[in-house]
Design a binder for this molecule. Structure first.
Ligand code: FES
Length: 63
């Protein structure tokens, strides 16, 4: 499924990046380009991080 229409980024790409250690929307933007145009996909990207991030950081600001 395409999450970012502007840049044609799929949910699979998001999950792979998060699985490989990206933990922020900024990181996804830098790695994939998500949210660089209209920004409509940023909230969805955040939800994917909340759901798929494997890190269990004690002081995580993102959960
Ligand atoms: S939908 Fe992702 S930047 Fe527009």
């Amino acid at each position: 499924m395409v999450v970012c229409l502007c840049n044609q980024i799929t949910d699979h790409q998001l999950k792979e990046s998060i699985k490989n250690g990206v933990t922020t929307v900024r990181g996804l933007r830098q790695e994939l380009g998500i949210g660089q145009n209209c920004g409509c996909c940023a909230a969805t990207a955040k939800k994917y991080i909340d759901e798929y991030c494997q890190h269990d950081c004690k002081n995580c600001k993102f959960k």
